[in-house]
Design a protein around this ligand. Structure first.
Ligand SMILES: [Zn+2]
Length: 272
């Protein structure tokens, strides 16, 4: 199944009515944007929102704050970054959120291999904490659209293989980074990594599931510039190449994410 939904659930007071509106529109996913801070603070609110989403069959995920760098030179900044992600896990557990999507970090002056090792270490440490605290969401580092930012397809899929973490494939970012969506190649990279992981730690068998971000994008020499409205042609390209027998969530991150998600949903129904 392919489910669509917007980035953003709105302010706490409007979250329930927004979920109802998404449901009426046929949307079955929503990514709560904590990008500028974890603004759902009360336990009761989190539980209420999570319960409503479940009732309406809307799968929730969370986008962690932008202020994260798991490869900072400053150890304190790494700890603060981990804390922000773990706080998302904590509230996400109350909301039945499935994933915490985050931008893992920057290369800075470090080489790519060192950067990779630092980020992998931080993910493994967070996973320990998640286990200890019995948090339920999975960590999902995102494929990034700027070439100077950690998060190539290869880097993220290697993290999945070596830590068993989840992932977020942002196809707008893939386009900005590689000048092409590489849809089949990218998906198969993750299909293989999951299989590899299943074999290496057989106790953790998971069904393959793709968490995707999509929107229109402007990009240049250095990759991503900004997200924009999702052109119908681009939706068609993506939807026609996605497998129809897999569990797929597509979060739209354009400036009009609800309307664009509905366009995606309609295109899917017309090709079915
Ligand atoms: Zn993101």
């Amino acid at each position: 199944m392919i489910r669509f939904g917007p980035a953003g659930i709105g302010p706490v007071k409007e979250a329930i009515s927004n979920l109802e509106m998404y449901h009426k529109l046929g949307l079955k996913a929503c990514e709560i944007a904590f990008t500028y801070g974890i603004y759902i603070k009360e336990k009761e609110d989190a539980i209420k929102i999570g319960k409503k989403a479940k009732e309406l069959g809307i799968k929730l995920s969370i986008h962690a704050p932008y202020w994260i760098n798991l490869n900072s030179k400053d150890k304190k900044k790494i700890e603060e970054s981990k804390k922000r992600i773990l706080n998302c896990c904590k509230i996400g557990t109350l909301m039945h959120a499935h994933r915490i999507v985050f931008h893992a970090g920057f290369y800075g002056k470090m080489n790519k291999e060192e950067t990779y090792e630092n980020i992998k270490k931080a993910i493994l440490e967070m996973q320990e904490e998640i286990k200890k605290e019995k948090y339920t969401p999975k960590l999902a580092p995102e494929i990034m659209g700027k070439i100077n930012v950690f998060g190539s397809v290869e880097e993220i899929s290697r993290l999945v293989k070596e830590t068993g973490c989840s992932f977020c494939i942002d196809f707008a970012h893939v386009l900005a980074r590689y000048r092409s969506y590489r849809i089949k190649e990218t998906l198969s990279e993750f299909k293989n990594s999951r299989v590899h992981f299943v074999h290496s730690r057989s106790s953790k068998r998971q069904t393959e599931e793709f968490h995707i971000h999509f929107s229109g994008i402007e990009y240049g020499e250095k990759g991503e510039k900004n997200h924009k409205k999702t052109p119908e042609k681009e939706w068609e390209k993506l939807i026609s190449e996605l497998p129809k027998d897999k569990d797929i969530t597509i979060i739209n991150e354009s400036p009009s994410p609800v309307a664009d998600s509905v366009v995606g949903l309609n295109i899917l129904s017309s090709v079915k």
